[in-house]
Write a protein that binds this ligand. Structure first.
Ligand SMILES: Cc1ncc(COP(=O)(O)O)c(C=O)c1O
Length: 413
C-alpha cells in the first residue's frame, strides 16, 4: 500500500522519514479497516491526493490570477482559473472564490464581505445544529456579531419557519444564515429568501454539508436564492479539505477582497488544484449517481436504525446525514459512541433538539464512495444496534466490521 497515493512522493517519504511514513500508513490502515460514518468525511480520489502532494505546495501566490503579489505565478494562475471556471459551471454561479482554507474561513469571509461588527444575524442555534461560526460565544462569530438563534419544532425536529419569520420581523437582522452541521432535511431556500427580502437582510447559505449533493443533483441548490453561498470541498463533494464561496457578480469584488487580503494571506495552490480536480470529478454522471446513492443509503440506514428501536430525528433524512437518539436502547449518544469506537465504527455525537442528552450523527458519504449500498446499510444498522445494546461484544464486532470493509477497499491496490 502506498503511503500517500501520490506516487512521486510515497517512496521518497518512506526512505527519508520512515517514522512519519509509518504514521501515514497507520492512518490509511485505520481508515481502511474501520467503518467511516463521520458525516463530514469522505475518501477523495487518488488524483486529488496527488495534487495535494504536488510541487504546487511550494508556490506562494498572494492575490488573484493576473494580479499576484509574487512572481512566477503564470502556471498556478491557470490552475486557479480552471478551479473557478469549473466551480461556476458546476453550481451555475456567476462568481466563485476557491481560496478559502476551510469552511470556517469561508463563513468568516462572507461575514466580512457583508457585515460590520455589532450587526445582528439570525442563524440556527447551536443546540439545533448550528455551526460554531453561527454565533458560538467561543468563536469570532459570537464575539463580533449579535446572533439571534432560531430553532426547530420540538415535535417534528423540522426548522420552525414561523419562528424564523417572527424573529426576523422583530430583530431586523442584517443577515440570515441557513445551513447546519446536523440538519438531515432539505433547507427551504425559497422560504429564507422571502423572509430575508421582507426584512431587507442578506441571505447567507452555509451549504458546507449538502454542497456535494447539490453538485450531483441530489439536493436543491441555494445558489439561485442566497446572496452568498459558503461551502466546504471535503465532505460529500469529495475534494481536498478546504472552502469556497459562490455569489452573484455584484458581490464578487467584495467577497474576493474579504478572502484576500482581509481574512487570509497566500492562496494554497496545491489545494486549489485539488479543488479543480474534484469539481471536474463532480461534474460527471458517475458523481451524480454517487450523490443519489449517498441519499438512498442514508434513507435505508435511517429506516433500519428506526426498526432497531433507535429514534431517528425528523423521522428520516433527505440527505447524507442521519441524526438519532439511542436512548431507547439504554444508553445516551456519548456512551454509544464509545462502544461503537471500540467496535471499529467511527461516528460523531451531536446535540439533540430539546434534550439534555447527546445523540449520534452518522453520514453515508464515505461508505458510499467505497461502493456500499442498501444491503450493507442494513448490516451496519443491525451491528450498530447490537453493539449499543451490549449484545455484540467489541472483539466480535471488530471482526464483523473488518469483514464488511474488507470487501470495499477505499483505495484498491
Ligand atoms: C455548516 C458548517 N459550516 C462550517 C463548517 C466548518 O468547516 P471547517 O471545519 O472546514 O472549518 C462546517 C464543518 O463541518 C459545517 O458543517
Amino acid at each position: 500500500m502506498s503511503v500517500t497515493h501520490a506516487p512521486q512522493t510515497a517512496d521518497v517519504l518512506a526512505r527519508q522519514d520512515p517514522e512519519l511514513a509509518e504514521i501515514l500508513l497507520g492512518e490509511l490502515h485505520r481508515q481502511s479497516s474501520t467503518l467511516q460514518l463521520i458525516a463530514a468525511e469522505n475518501f477523495c480520489s487518488p488524483a486529488v491526493l496527488a495534487a495535494l502532494g504536488s510541487a504546487l505546495a511550494n508556490k506562494y501566490a498572494e492575490g488573484y490570477p493576473g494580479a499576484r503579489h509574487h512572481g512566477g505565478c503564470e502556471i498556478v494562475d491557470v490552475a486557479e482559473r480552471l478551479a473557478v471556471d469549473r466551480a461556476k459551471s458546476l453550481f451555475g454561479a456567476e462568481h466563485a472564490n476557491v481560496q478559502s482554507h476551510s469552511g470556517s474561513s469561508a463563513v468568516l469571509a462572507a461575514y466580512a464581505a457583508l457585515l460590520r461588527p455589532g450587526d445582528t444575524v439570525l442563524a440556527l442555534g447551536l443546540p439545533y445544529g448550528g455551526h460554531l461560526t453561527h454565533g458560538s460565544p467561543a468563536n469570532f462569530s459570537g464575539r463580533w456579531f449579535d446572533f439571534v438563534p432560531y430553532g426547530v419544532d420540538a415535535e417534528t425536529g423540522l426548522i420552525d419557519h414561523e419562528q424564523v419569520r417572527t424573529l426576523a420581523r422583530t430583530h431586523r437582522p442584517k443577515a440570515i444564515v441557513c445551513g447546519s452541521i446536523a440538519y438531515p432535511r432539505h433547507i427551504d431556500y425559497a422560504f429564507f429568501r422571502e423572509v430575508a427580502d421582507e426584512v431587507g437582510a442578506y441571505l447567507i447559505a452555509d451549504a458546507a454539508h449538502p454542497i456535494g449533493l447539490v453538485a450531483g443533483g441530489a439536493a436543491p441548490s441555494p445558489v439561485p436564492y442566497a446572496d452568498v453561498v459558503c461551502a466546504t470541498t471535503h465532505k460529500v463533494l469529495r475534494g481536498p479539505r478546504g472552502g469556497m464561496i459562490l455569489c452573484g457578480g455584484e458581490l464578487a469584488e467584495r467577497v474576493d477582497r474579504a478572502v484576500f487580503p482581509f481574512t487570509q494571506g497566500g492562496a494554497q495552490m496545491h489545494t486549489i488544484a485539488a479543488k479543480a480536480i474534484a469539481f471536474g470529478e463532480a461534474a460527471t454522471p458517475a458523481f451524480a449517481a454517487y450523490a443519489h446513492q449517498v441519499v438512498a443509503n442514508a434513507r435505508i440506514l435511517a429506516a433500519a436504525l428506526a426498526d432497531e428501536g433507535i429514534v431517528v430525528t425528523t423521522g428520516g433524512t433527505d440527505t447524507h446525514l442521519v441524526t438519532a437518539d439511542p436512548a431507547p436502547l439504554g444508553v445516551d449518544g456519548r456512551a454509544a459512541r464509545g462502544r461503537l469506537a471500540a467496535a471499529g465504527m467511527v461516528l460523531d455525537c451531536c446535540a439533540l433538539p430539546h434534550a439534555d442528552t447527546r445523540g449520534l450523527r452518522l453520514g453515508t458519504a464515505a461508505v458510499t464512495t467505497q461502493g456500499m449500498a442498501e444491503k450493507e446499510m442494513e448490516r451496519i444498522a443491525a451491528l450498530l444496534a447490537g453493539v449499543v445494546r451490549g449484545e455484540v461484544e467489541s472483539v466480535r464486532a471488530r471482526e464483523e466490521v473488518r469483514d464488511l470493509v474488507g470487501g470495499f477497499p477505499p483505495y484498491p491496490a
